[in-house]
Design a protein around this ligand. Structure first.
Ligand code: ZN
Length: 187
């Protein structure tokens, strides 16, 4: 297994619309395992293939406290959604930024597993938020797109300044950065 590099806002590759997964083979299995390793190491509770510069409709999530319940959604579709809920979101591709975002409270999702078998599930709570956030990535959409353009521009400048100061050094991701002050998780 290998850790993959996570693209960061405003990298234009994050704006790519992902293509459907059509072949369920060993390389796809390896990609899923590498994405899970990358997500756990980051640490985050979800990761879309788009974020590691693979433009396929594939997301991995684990919202368990024990970090032991990995879930894979391939070619996911939302069949129905209900209610509205606001929660604070962060994103591995927009480090250290946390903002309240409104999403559907419950969603019915149809997707394929790593073997290509279709399944349907009703999701709510953090898992519903996480899957909707990751599915946005597959459309080239980021959670900062829900904010005002003024706010998004301020975030872009802040991240670019931080990257300049960091130079070529790799990002240090302290464990504390996995959550905001209010306990929001990085998706
Ligand atoms: Zn994200």
């Amino acid at each position: 297994m290998a850790q993959l590099t996570i693209l960061e806002f405003p990298d234009p590759r994050l704006r790519t619309r992902a293509a459907p997964v059509q072949v369920f083979d060993a390389p796809l299995g390896r990609l899923i395992d590498d994405m899970l390793e990358t997500m756990y190491a980051a640490p985050g509770i979800g990761l879309a293939a788009t974020q590691v510069n693979v433009h396929l409709r594939l997301i991995v999530v684990d919202v368990s406290e024990t970090r032991s319940e990995p879930q894979v959604f391939i070619n996911p579709q939302i069949l129905a959604s209900e209610g509205v809920e606001q929660s604070e979101e962060g994103c591995l591709s927009v480090p250290q930024i946390f903002e309240p975002i409104e999403r559907a409270a419950c969603v019915r999702v149809r997707a394929q597993d790593r073997h290509g078998v279709w399944f349907e599930r009703d999701l709510d709570g953090l898992l519903a938020v996480c899957v909707q956030h990751e599915m946005d990535h597959l459309e080239g959409k980021l959670f900062v797109d829900y904010l005002s353009s003024l706010k998004r521009e301020r975030i872009r400048r802040r991240l670019e300044k931080e990257r300049r100061e960091r130079g070529a050094a790799p990002r240090v991701r302290p464990a504390a950065a996995a959550r905001s002050a209010t306990g929001a998780k990085v998706i």
